[in-house]
Design a protein around this ligand. Structure first.
Ligand code: HEM
Length: 508
């Protein structure tokens, strides 16, 4: 998912009916109805041999500069179900712009969901398993595994990663990371109150430092401006940056690596291997620290509990958390800061809440949610079906790639009135308010995915973001100038610079 460098309508009236676009009723599994249309009859952009519909998304194409499949343009043109033909041998994907239809598939696949992706990483980990004499049922990781092996692995690590005490365990260390980041921001701020360097890199540093506390058991100190080039932390930073660049090429672009060993393939395999070794190094260091700190009342953290299972599980999960937990959180945080910088009234309201020092911060949470609705880092939730479905009058066979179009659903007026406006209040209002978020279909807003395969790092991500956001708003008044910030979809949605933030000291 992720790098260390590395898309107003009128307010709905109180009388508005929130109709849902299920044009034809859907049912989970077909029972051989002959009146169902076939996969190939699903509407979508016209297709050319070999390149499929790619030309529509290229300069001059009808969908160029429309935020592609993420935009509601696709829904407006083709309706709630769209077929996008795969190009260069990739499978076709059925896009669902209908929350109810999406829920049929996500629910129907909830037993052992298959979420495609992370192909080159999965390939590396399979080889690693073989070369290291591990049994064929040794899990390659949460991101790369499917079926029974994934299910067993996920149920082993769920209680450790989703433990209710996560917040209690990590609040202090994540607060220190946030304070160090604020310090760093002050240090690299220029006379115009802008941060020198790339803002996305800065957010990645903060996200990596935060996730390291959980996954690697200690600080990496990558926020230290004097971190030596040769230090393992600096190497990890560079490595993650390189991994995201190269896995993007291998996993998301046409490439021959699936047939022959290409230079990029060899480079990627070496990077994955180096990263595995580096994680082992950090975990070995953490083991020494745990031994020296152990007391009878000592509460074990996530890494320690994973190590109690075995070192392979600890390293595998640590790598998954680093892969999935850096870019996702960094880009989400950038979007949150952007929306608050653009909406000074909301920022002021948030600051007032933070300065009251109350434990509960509902407005802070609402600000985060609203950013995740407007600029979600994951815009599509994909499943490969394990059975036939009757969706909106079409028969989707087994093994179809089906995508719930989360970002587009979040931007639909019928779910979220005034969808383009940043209104954190919608998450806090009561049901007599037309903005009331529960008027939206429950599958219209699923930033962390759904069900058994849902983001395992959700609690950690929310904790990191809440702590850091509170610190930023307490310390800085944020402003934004120039054109709006945009995000571009690659494996996930990456925000794009220039990052025209101004961070002025708050007059306390
Ligand atoms: C704002 C930040 C984040 C967002 C929006 C996010 C979102 C997601 C989404 C949409 C999925 C796919 C769920 C599905 O298929 O239903 C996912 C999976 C995953 N996420 Fe996150 N994530 C975030 C942060 C994190 C963090 C910080 C970690 C690590 C601590 C993490 C670890 C994972 C892992 C390991 C998976 C795969 C779970 C599995 O397949 O069993 N994520 N995330």
């Amino acid at each position: 998912m992720h790098s260390v460098k590395r898309s107003g309508l009128m307010l709905a009236t109180a009388t508005k009916q929130f109709t849902r676009s299920v044009a034809v009723s859907s049912s989970v599994v077909t029972n051989g109805e002959s009146n169902l249309k076939s996969l190939m009859e699903i509407p979508g952009p016209s297709s050319l041999p070999v390149i499929g519909q790619l030309h529509h998304f290229m300069p001059g194409g009808s969908l160029y500069k429309t935020d592609g499949v993420n935009s509601t343009v696709m829904y407006e043109r083709y309706g709630p179900i769209v077929r996008v033909a795969g190009f260069f041998g990739a499978p076709s994907v059925v896009l669902l712009y209908d929350a109810e239809a999406a829920s049929q598939v996500l629910r129907g696949e909830n037993l052992m969901p298959t979420r495609p992706g992370f192909i080159s990483l999965g390939y590396f980990r399979n080889n690693y398993r073989k070369q290291n004499g591990l049994p064929p049922d040794a899990p390659t990781g949460l991101l790369t595994e499917h079926g029974e092996i994934w299910k067993k692995f996920r149920s082993t690590v769920n209680p450790i990663l989703l433990h209710l005490k996560t917040s209690e365990l990590y609040t202090n260390s994540l607060t220190r990371v946030a304070e160090d980041m604020i310090e760093r921001m002050r240090t690299i701020r220029n006379e115009k109150n802008m941060l020198e360097g790339n803002f996305d890199v800065e957010m990645n540093l903060w996200a990596l430092e935060s996730i390291a506390v959980v996954a690697l058991g200690d600080r990496l100190n990558c926020l230290d401006p004097n971190l030596p080039e040769e230090s393992p932390a600096k190497k990890l930073l560079q490595m993650i940056h390189d991994i995201f660049k190269i896995s993007e090429k291998l996993d998301f672009k046409p490439s021959l690596w699936r047939y022959v060993s290409t230079p990029n393939y060899r480079k990627a395999m070496k990077l994955y291997d180096d990263q595995m070794n580096l994680s082992k190094h950090f975990i070995a260091e953490a083991v020494k620290t745990f031994a020296s700190k152990k007391t009878s009342t000592h509460e074990k953290g996530i890494l320690e509990k994973l190590l109690d299972i075995d070192e392979y599980v600890a390293v595998t999960v640590a790598n998954d958390l680093i892969f999935a937990g850096v870019d996702s959180t960094a880009n989400t945080m950038t979007a949150i800061l952007y929306f608050l910088a653009k909406n000074p009234d909301k920022q002021k309201k948030l600051r007032e809440e933070i300065l009251t020092d109350k434990e509960k911060r509902p407005y802070l949470r609402a600000c985060i949610k609203e950013s995740m609705r407007l600029m979600p880092v994951v815009s599509i939730n994909v499943r490969v079906t394990t059975k036939e479905y009757n969706i909106l009058g079409y028969k989707l066979p087994k093994d179809t790639y089906v995508a719930s179009m989360h970002k587009a659903l979040c931007k639909m007026e019928k779910h979220f009135p005034e969808p383009e406006k940043y209104i954190p209040e919608r998450w806090l209002t009561e049901k007599d308010d037309p903005l009331f978020h529960r008027n939206a279909h429950p599958f219209a807003f699923t930033p962390f995915g759904f069900g058994t395969r849902m983001c395992i790092g959700r609690r950690i991500a929310e904790l990191e973001m809440e702590i850091f956001l509170a610190k930023v708003v307490e310390n800085f008044e944020m402003e934004w100038f120039g054109p709006p910030m945009e995000a571009r979809m690659r494996s996930i949605n990456y925000t794009i610079g220039p990052y025209n933030f101004i961070f002025k000291d708050v007059n306390k």
